[in-house]
Design a protein around this ligand. Structure first.
Ligand code: CA
Length: 507
């Protein structure tokens, strides 16, 4: 700042006997000083007047639009049954386009190797073993104890509180009692099924009142629900869900929305119309052929949804995730988890490493592979961050916001480790860096694999690498100490559930 004592006049300190040139110089300097002071004054006044106005203008400017969020979940789809993981037999150009327009996660995990616990982790962003959701719930619409803890907040709760319009289309499977209904878990709209599965042809959906279904098998024959009203449908189930998804984004194009599109395909029963079966004349195995047709129907539906987003001008600013809820049960639905070991309900890679991709054209560079392990838990944290939504500090998230990782701002792995526990079997898995610990069942010794060298988990290095084994075992023990036992009886306690005996035999 200019001080008066620094000015030429003040420095001279004498204007009593100036000679002519000196007087002129003095006048010039005095004039300069006056101009300077005037400019300073004008500047200050201008700043006083304009700065608040500028601040106001900045506040009035719309913040960058918050993205829409779409989570597309399939059910029991194999790791290899998408083109973007190398599958050739079943073309999935639309699912592949998500990976191509954004990120393919080569090491993407869910939090459990069967449906319901995996969905509980995804929708809360927390390891579901923290709140006792460690079994597939029985179909028990009269039992308020069989479902996802009401103390937990869903992604719909959190995004809804931030002004998002939230819809679930498809499979819920987080409790059939009315207390657990999606409309009471943050969703503003619901179209689909409350239970764990559904037959695919409308003629098979013969039970009008879901409460009349006595077990899981009968729940597969109940009609669909819109909101909390039972409704009929005339469409193949996968097509019905895709049509609803397209209509949802059309209805809500003007506002930020969260769409959870949870297909039950390609979960059994294996059912597909001729239109889709006809695409696979060369597949001889009838189960595999029907499975391929079911995956193809999903891919068509996702293609229609993405095309509509594009037509509506929403594609650039919509964050889309795609993944399967667990690995493929290869014997049950003829899925393919190549090159991973085992499948659904297993702690080996085929059970819980899944096809996983994400796009957000406005914010994520396209066409990249991301190879550090990521989790379905990260969907919650990423979406909440992108939406500017507040999460509950009392229930800390286990996932992380993936954006700085896929944008290259952070190059270290997002997770020190990713965990799996299956309480009833005493099974565990811990993935940390290239290493993986597996305890296949209670009382079995831990196995250790280096997945970089041995993705198929064929060479147990537990004896050769005691330090790695100790490190992963310490991680497992510390994580396990934070968990509680299962809070409700599972599907297997029902005895009559479809596939229960088979699943038990497999385990
Ligand atoms: Ca599943």
């Amino acid at each position: 700042m200019l001080r008066l004592s620094d000015s030429p006049c003040a420095a001279r300190g004498d204007n009593t006997a100036p000679h002519f040139a000196g007087a002129r110089a003095h006048r010039r300097l005095g004039h300069t000083r006056a101009l300077l002071m005037r400019d300073l004054f004008v500047g200050l006044v201008a700043a006083a007047v304009l700065l608040p106005a500028l601040r106001l203008r900045a506040a009035e400017q719309p913040a960058p639009a918050r993205p829409n969020v779409i989570v597309i979940l399939t059910d029991d789809q194999g790791y290899n049954d998408v083109g973007f993981n190398g599958g050739k037999e079943i073309p999935t150009p639309n699912l592949d386009s998500i990976a191509r327009n954004g990120v393919r996660f080569t090491n993407g995990y869910v939090t459990y190797a069967v449906c319901s616990p995996s969905r509980a982790g995804l929708i809360t962003g927390r390891y579901q073993q923290r709140f006792g959701h460690e079994r597939n719930p029985r179909w028990a619409p009269g039992n308020p104890a069989v479902g996802m803890s009401l103390d937990e907040r869903t992604l719909a709760d959190v995004l809804g509180a931030a002004g998002y319009h939230c819809g679930l289309i498809g499979k819920w499977h987080l409790g059939a009692h009315p207390n657990f209904h999606p409309l009471r878990r943050g969703f503003h709209e619901f179209f689909g099924m409350i239970g764990g599965g559904k037959r695919y042809f409308p003629a098979d959906l013969t039970i009008d009142d879901p409460r009349a279904a006595k077990n899981e098998g009968e729940s597969y024959r109940t009609k669909l629900t819109r909101g909390d009203q039972v409704i009929g449908t005339t469409k193949y189930l996968t097509d019905a869900f895709s049509d609803e998804a397209v209509a949802f984004v059309e209805r809500h194009r003007e506002r930020p929305f969260f769409l959870y599109l949870a297909y039950n395909a390609p979960h059994s029963p294996l059912q597909a119309p001729d239109e889709y079966l006809a695409r696979f004349p060369d597949i001889q195995n009838p189960k595999r052929r029907t499975y391929a047709a079911m995956v193809s129907a999903v891919d068509d539906g996702v293609g229609r949804l993405l095309a509509r987003l594009r037509e509506l001008g929403l594609e650039q600013n919509t964050l889309v995730f795609f993944l399967s809820d667990n690995g493929g049960p290869t014997n049950d639905n003829a899925s393919n988890n190549h090159p991973l070991r085992a499948g659904k309900s297993s702690p080996y890679e085929g059970g819980w490493r899944v096809p996983f991709a994400m796009q957000w054209p406005d914010r994520i560079p396209r066409g990249q592979d991301y190879n550090h392990p990521v989790s379905a838990l990260d969907i919650f944290a990423t979406a909440a961050h992108a939406a500017g939504a507040k999460t509950d500090p009392a229930r800390p998230l286990d996932g992380v916001n993936l954006l700085p990782y896929v944008n290259g701002q952070i190059t270290t792995p997002p997770h020190e480790a990713i965990y799996l526990r299956m309480y009833d079997r005493g099974a565990y898995a811990v993935r940390s860096g290239d290493w993986k610990l597996v305890i296949p069942a209670k009382d079995q010794p831990p196995q250790l694999y280096n997945l970089r060298a041995d993705i198929r988990e064929t060479r147990d290095l537990a004896q050769k690498e005691p330090e790695q084994l100790r490190r992963l075992e310490a991680l497992r023990t510390a994580w396990n100490a934070q968990l509680i036992p299962p809070a409700f009886p599972g599907l297997q306690s029902e005895g009559l559930a479809p596939g229960a005996a088979k699943q038990k035999a497999k385990q």
